[in-house]
Structure formats: structure tokens, C-alpha cells
Design a binder for this molecule. Structure first.
Ligand code: ADP
Ligand code: MG
Length: 216
């Protein structure tokens, strides 16, 4: 269980030319560790996660998930990999308004209510399982979001600025939860954050500027 990006370059169309969002990015994240990525807005953080998630194919370079080079996979194998090997936590939880916390998780694995309740307990929501999103706080919704990403026991966990809508204290608790779950669930985790105070929790820290990754 690990994630390796090798010499990743990603460009987007930009007027008559191309904008380089990722410039020969190398990154290796071993299992049970969290690598924090920090950088200003527009530096390429979300692009990096999109490539790691195999949602976007880079112009050049290779993404290896859990020992499998994703370039060799067909479209349906890729979506299978995303479903089973990769957990993604987006900035906004995107929970379904009509579903309870437990049901949000069961969408990922309909028969597995036991697992859903177990994960809700792990993220500190054991007594909120039957609540719908509007009955939960912002921090609780983000916890549901994180638990949902872990439903299929992913090898790789990708988290994009999970604390941007939270106050400092709640944000710190979410980061603590992510690094703890990374060790417990043995994921290779990439955590994009804009808050430097979160970096002490990470096993490794890299910075990104104009699509170039550097050790912090
Ligand atoms: P961050 O998450 O660090 O704010 P992004 O990865 O979202 O950065 O964006 C990196 C650069 O790529 C920015 O200049 C952004 O405007 C550009 N960009 C991101 N997504 C697209 C897209 N789909 N099409 C064109 N340009 C994009
Ligand atoms: Mg972003």
C-alpha cells in the first residue's frame, strides 16, 4: 500500500497556449504515513490530488497505486481501482441531504451497515448515525465525509483542504483524526492544507509553487 508519482507533468489549455499546473512532480507516500502538501492558491494542490486519484490523466509521468502503474489499466479497471483502492475527501463534504450519516457510508457498500457504524464510531459519531446532514455541525459533516472515504478500505487516501470551513480548534481535531486513521487503516495519505499549524502532525511535508514540488 503506497502511492508513487513519478515525473508528473499536467497542463491545461490556456488561451492560445498551455498552463503548466504540475511540473515534473515526484512524490512517494508509504503506507501508514501522511504527507502534507502546502502551497498558495493556484499552485497545483488540487491538480496533484486529481492526478493521484486517477481522475485526470497527466500529459507525462506515471502514477502507481499500491504497486499497480495506472497507465496500464483500461478505463473500467481505472474506475474499479478508484472505487476500491482510493478514498477521496473533497473540500466540501457533498453529503446527500436525505440520507442519515450511516446511509451516506452505506452508499459505498450497501450491505455493510456494521462497517458503517464501526467507522462512524472511529470518527467520534457513534451517537449521530441516524442524523441527516442538516442535523450535524460542519465538523461532524466533515467527519462523515472522512468515514465515507474509508468505507472500502482504500490503500490511498487523498484529502483536499478538509478544514477550510472550520474554526481552528475543530480543524486541528480533523487533522488529528486523519493522521490517526492513516495509521489505523494503513493508508498512504496525501493531505492538502493551507494551515501551517497542521504540519506538525504529518510524517512528511512538501511545498508546491507553480506546480513544482519541494521538500519543506
Ligand atoms: P490549488 O488547488 O493549489 O489552488 P489548482 O490545482 O486548482 O490549484 O490549480 C492550479 C492551476 O491550474 C491554477 O492556475 C488554476 O487556475 C489552473 N486550473 C485548475 N483547473 C483547471 C482547469 N480545469 N482548466 C484550466 N485551468 C485549470
Ligand atoms: Mg485547490
Amino acid at each position: 500500500m503506497s502511492l508513487t508519482l513519478k515525473s508528473i507533468t499536467l497542463t491545461y489549455p490556456d488561451g492560445d497556449g498551455r498552463l503548466t499546473a504540475l511540473d515534473e512532480v515526484d512524490l512517494h507516500v508509504p503506507r501508514r504515513t501522511t504527507t502534507a502538501v502546502i502551497g498558495p492558491s493556484g499552485s497545483g494542490k488540487s491538480s496533484l490530488l486529481a492526478v493521484a486519484a486517477t481522475l485526470v490523466t497527466p500529459d507525462d509521468g506515471t502514477v502507481t497505486v499500491d504497486g499497480t502503474p495506472t497507465r496500464s489499466l483500461t478505463k473500467s479497471e481505472l474506475s474499479e481501482m478508484r472505487r476500491h483502492r482510493i478514498g477521496i475527501v473533497f473540500q466540501q463534504p457533498n453529503l446527500l441531504p436525505a440520507l442519515t450519516a450511516a446511509e451516506q457510508l452505506q452508499v459505498m457498500a450497501p450491505r455493510n451497515r456494521h462497517k458503517a457504524l464501526d467507522l462512524l464510531e472511529k470518527v467520534g459519531l457513534a451517537d449521530q448515525a441516524e442524523r441527516r446532514p442538516h442535523q450535524l455541525s460542519g465538523g461532524q459533516r466533515q467527519r462523515v465525509n472522512i468515514a465515507r472515504a474509508l468505507m472500502n478500505e482504500p490503500a490511498v487516501l487523498l484529502v483536499d483542504e478538509p478544514t477550510s470551513a472550520l474554526d481552528h480548534e475543530r480543524g486541528a481535531a480533523i487533522i488529528d483524526l486523519i493522521t490517526t486513521l492513516t495509521r489505523e487503516q494503513q493508508t498512504a495519505t496525501v493531505l492538502v492544507t493551507h494551515d501551517r499549524s497542521h504540519l506538525t502532525e504529518a510524517d512528511a511535508v512538501v511545498t508546491i509553487h507553480d506546480g513544482r514540488l519541494r521538500p519543506a
